[in-house]
Design a protein around this ligand. Structure first.
Ligand code: ADP
Length: 189
């Protein structure tokens, strides 16, 4: 059973890598960004609330996100585990996630930390053309990452989670090989 969190700044390639890993290891891929974008497209109450926040590059309130993730993780599935992408993004989310994991009896949670330089992140996001990829929103998202999300890594460290630092620059497939190598090598079964 694999229980993975893919962590890193916006534009690091979390979604791309998570999708390939989920496919190769038969995992459920829970992307909070994707869930929110689907809610926006469907025009649900959540989507209406989230759209303006996302487009400005800020974070959707913790209590909403924690509820979404708790529900996703509690779903029964025939898969080989999960990869969580885009969560936790704040200390409050990280602390709540620890509680959810212990309630569900999930241990041995591994964190994949994707590292990419700021200049490359900005370049990637501006060429992607999503509605939250405007110059102002991108600037805000990087600032929010540094201020609110980066400290989550220290929390994982103190919490005893295994953290795998992976350079997120280069070829998608090479990066994926690096990730797979490190998580499978260090796997208990
Ligand atoms: P990226 O990794 O490129 O920033 P995501 O798809 O992960 O893109 O997220 C897009 C947006 O969705 C974020 O900028 C934020 O507004 C919202 N979002 C996603 N996950 C969370 C979360 N865990 N907490 C708060 N907001 C979130």
């Amino acid at each position: 059973m694999y229980r993975l969190i893919i962590f890193g700044p916006p534009g690091a390639g979390k979604g791309t890598q998570a999708e390939i890993i989920a496919d190769k290891l038969n995992l459920d891929h829970f992307s909070t960004g994707q869930i929110l974008r689907e809610a926006v497209t469907a025009g649900t109450d959540l989507g209406k609330k989230a759209k303006a926040i996302m487009d400005s590059g800020h974070l959707v309130p913790d209590e909403i996100m924690i509820g979404i993730v708790e529900q996703s993780l509690a779903e029964r599935s025939e898969s080989n585990g999960f990869i969580l992408d885009g969560f936790p993004r704040t200390l409050a989310q990280a602390i709540a996630l620890t509680g959810i994991f212990s309630k569900l009896g999930f241990d041995d949670v591994k964190v994949i930390n994707l590292i990419v330089k700021d200049e490359e992140l900005i370049e990637r996001m501006l060429s992607r053309g999503r509605s939250d990829d405007t110059e102002d929103a991108v600037k805000n998202r990087l600032a929010v990452y540094k201020e609110s999300t980066a400290p989550v890594l220290d929390y994982f460290r103190k919490n005893g989670n295994a953290i795998f630092d992976i350079t997120g620059a280069g070829e998608i497939n090479d990066i994926n090989d690096q990730i797979l190598k490190s998580i499978t090598l260090n796997h208990r079964s």
